[in-house]
Design a protein around this ligand. Structure first.
Ligand SMILES: CSC[C@H]1O[C@H](OP(=O)(O)O)[C@H](O)[C@@H]1O
Ligand SMILES: Nc1ncnc2[nH]cnc12
Length: 310
């Protein structure tokens, strides 16, 4: 089934969750089945778990680094991940990622790209069809605002005292090594509040696929900008990873039911749906059939093999 013909009812998988470091499953939800859709960009990081919410609505869960964390940030098959979720009918993605200021959660609104150009970052790469997606607001603003209120409530209800930070800027670095102290200080001077290795290209690809996408960053460390503290190590990150993952599962369970209903209603989707219509450069009749076939997988409204919609 393509995303175009997916029926939009309670049984459609409208919401996808991408789990980052430490969050490899949502076993507080009911397991339904595992699926592993092949996309024109290959297979996703791991088979996707379909889970059922108490109402019976379904969501899709994908472990970004694989179920056993065998995929480094630079090697995550982000195009296959986003395309696979879209092919299941997903319209909204809630992503989780591990970051700075241990134990607290943040929903960023901005990104600074410090990846090195080695990750395929566009569905249009290598094709003869050029597109320039708008990315000034890299996360879906409506979805971010919708989430802020609910995540804050879920954290308060959990009672562990986890704070939620809003309107933060996340730096996405290439890795796999952590930053030097000089880089860490520079990122702070640039306005970076959080740092990870996975925010991109996921957010860019979600935008190209017209998916509403927001990130819940779960802080693990202070990186390396504090002059009298140790620079970050993986051991320090692992200390908070388990607690953060438990809180992430609690937050996911608390918001997913309403998120499914909001996606069904469609209001939180309006800024993303249709956003690529005027981003695609060559006009009808000048596009390659093979390219059209590939792009039909993620943008069926604009690309139909042998019959290109305008
Ligand atoms: C395990 S520390 C570095 C690793 O953790 C973060 O992963 P994710 O964002 O997928 O939760 C960070 O981006 C690095 O990939
Ligand atoms: N300090 C850090 N830098 C980059 N990625 C991270 N993931 C978790 N902590 C990180």
């Amino acid at each position: 089934m393509t995303s175009k013909d997916a029926p939009h009812d309670n049984f459609t998988v409208l919401v996808g969750v991408i789990g980052g470091s430490g969050l490899y499953h949502l076993d507080n939800l009911t397991f339904v089945e595992k699926v592993n859709p092949e996309t024109p960009w290959g297979y996703p990081s791991s088979p996707i778990t379909i889970c059922s919410l108490p109402s019976g609505s379904k969501i899709a869960f994908l472990a970004r680094h694989g179920h056993h964390h065998s995929i480094a940030p630079s090697a995550v098959p982000s195009r296959a991940n986003i395309a696979a979720l879209k092919s299941l009918g997903v319209r909204v993605i809630l992503a989780f990622s591990a970051e700075i200021a241990p134990g607290s959660f943040a929903i960023p609104t901005q990104i600074i790209d410090r990846t090195k150009g080695i990750r395929p970052a566009s569905f249009f790469e290598g094709l003869k069809i050029v597109a320039h997606a708008a990315f000034g607001d890299p996360y879906s603003v409506k979805l971010v605002r919708w989430l802020e209120v609910r995540v804050e409530k879920a954290l308060a209800d959990e009672g562990r005292g986890v704070a939620l930070h809003k309107d933060k800027c996340i730096v996405c670095m290439e890795g796999p090594q952590f930053s030097t102290r000089a880089e860490s200080i520079m990122y702070r001077a640039w306005g970076g509040d959080l740092i990870n290795m996975s925010a991109l290209p996921e957010a860019k690809l979600a935008r190209e696929a017209e998916l509403s996408y927001a990130l819940i960053a779960t802080a693990t460390d202070y990186d390396s900008w504090r002059p009298h503290s140790e620079a970050v190590t993986a051991a320090e990150v692992f200390k908070t990873l388990q607690d953060n993952a438990n809180t992430s599962r609690h937050v996911a369970a608390a918001v997913l039911e309403d998120l499914h209903a909001a996606a069904l209603d469609g209001d939180i989707l309006t800024e993303d749906k249709g956003s690529m219509r005027f981003s695609i450069m060559p006009r009808v009749g000048e596009q390659d059939q093979e390219d059209i076939k590939k792009l039909a997988f993620i943008l069926p409204d604009y690309f139909t093999p042998d019959n290109v919609a305008n």
